[in-house]
Design a protein around this ligand. Structure first.
Ligand code: MYA
Length: 386
């Protein structure tokens, strides 16, 4: 949700929230304190080494049978190739997954997102095999019964059996201990709808028609050679991305297979565009975003907020501003209501100028069983998790 508050906001709600945030690292974490993650008490202790917190163990020493569940429950491995099972998972998430603080919107990930593939993430000079953990969800009726720790322990056990000992994940809540904390920024594409559904508010001294005019984008793209990415572009895009991502402290380590899997355009899942130089035919610039609608809760007129989320972007010849402005133009043409971006990588350089406004939620990034000596700035992070 677009933040309606400014930095010096002193509403009671904001004061209480900031107080809770400042206290959250002193509150106890009965589960997380037992896990190999950076602990709050160790913040600032630079004598601790960077790297795995616990060593890998022989697979024969990994617990071979699943953790116990309360007696009426059982574990199932979801075969996401089965339409029926995929629908069940999809429906669980559609009704129970992440909501904003005011419970006005709930993520509605499409079925295409609901599969897992292993990842390689580079931390400084080390490329580490990791699991990217996502879609942790407990049905609303079963909350606060300590099911989440059992699920996390069980997924950890199963990942260990694959001989993988690290993981990366993001969450809106503060846990021990973020490697960085990022902010979402929102660029209105359909301001009237965003205001009607309560995603944003009319600014001070603004009318609806002035707001619509403020966010209006040109009909036509600006950059010559800007086109949709195709399969034959995979090698060039991989080179461009690897080169760009090499400058960040923690970043995805993409190879050509990963680029094909994560970035090749797929209708209603991911969009990728590049700039092919009209003279040399070199691929010089790249931008991408994924589709993540949210269900609008309890609004009589609208059911879905269509949001695009900035993914990986690289500018070498085109100005970053112009490239991202073209990304906004295509996303507007595709019918998105809002374009969201985190302040990761070099994104800060275009956010304000392209009329993004800061959101009210933060996204914390975590590594499991890997210690960083000190936290990163969002701009030192080259990783976007879906
Ligand atoms: S982030 C998205 C998480 N999902 C949602 O927000 C959807 C809506 N909420 C829910 O479904 C539930 O509230 C969840 C918690 C399931 C989140 N990540 O069972 P409980 C800790 C990690 O009584 P519930 C995503 O998907 C909490 O601090 N831990 O609580 C990435 C407390 O522990 P402690 C969390 O509300 C997930 C304990 O759980 C989170 O019924 C990455 C309470 O359990 C959270 N988002 O259920 C998972 N929220 O006492 C970690 C609460 O210690 C992966 N908790 O504070 C780790 C790597 C594993 C693989 C390792 C391989 C090597």
């Amino acid at each position: 949700v677009e933040s309606s508050t400014t930095k010096d906001d002193t509403s009671l709600e904001t004061i209480v929230r900031r107080f809770q945030e400042s206290m959250s690292d002193s509150k106890t974490h009965k589960f997380w304190e037992t896990q190999p993650v950076g602990q709050f008490k160790d913040i600032g202790d630079t004598s601790l080494p960077e790297g795995p917190i616990e060593p890998a163990t022989p697979l024969s020493e990994v617990k071979q049978d699943p953790y116990n569940l309360p007696s009426v429950y059982e574990w199932t491995t979801c075969d996401m190739a089965s339409d029926d099972i995929c629908s069940e998972v999809y429906n669980l998430l559609r009704s129970n997954y992440v909501e904003d603080d005011e419970n006005m919107f709930r993520f509605n990930y499409s079925k295409e997102f609901l599969s897992g593939v292993p990842a390689r993430i580079r931390v400084r000079d080390e490329v580490v095999k990791m699991a990217e953990i996502n879609f942790l969800c407990v049905h609303k009726k079963l909350r606060s019964k300590r099911l989440a720790p059992v699920m996390i322990k069980e997924v950890t056990r199963r990942v260990h059996l694959e001989n993988i000992w690290q993981a990366a994940y993001t969450a809106g809540v503060v846990l021990p201990t973020p490697i960085t904390t990022c902010q979402y920024w929102h660029r209105s594409l359909n301001p009237k709808k965003l205001i009607d559904v309560g995603f944003s508010r009319l600014g001070a001294r603004m009318t609806m028609s002035r707001t619509i005019k403020l966010y209006k984008l040109p009909e036509a793209l600006v950059t010559p050679g800007f086109r949709k990415m195709e399969l034959l572009d995979v090698p060039a895009v991989t080179r461009l991305l690897r080169n760009y991502l090499s400058q960040f402290g923690v970043a995805t380590d993409f190879d050509e297979n990963d680029v094909e899997h994560w970035l090749l355009p797929r209708e209603d899942v991911v969009d990728s565009y590049l700039v092919e130089s009209p003279e040399t035919h070199d691929v010089t610039d790249f931008c991408s975003f994924y589709t993540l609608p949210s269900t609008i809760l309890g609004n009589p007129n609208y059911t879905t907020l269509k949001a695009a989320y900035s993914y990986y972007n690289v500018a070498t010849q085109t100005s970053f501003l112009q490239l991202m402005n073209d990304a906004l133009i295509v996303s507007k043409q595709k019918g998105f209501d809002v374009f969201n971006a985190l302040d990761v990588m070099h994104n800060e350089s275009f956010l304000k100028e392209l009329k993004f406004g800061p959101g009210d939620g933060q996204l914390h990034y975590y590594l499991y069983n890997y210690r960083l000596r000190s936290a990163l700035k969002p701009s030192e992070l080259g990783l976007v998790l879906l």
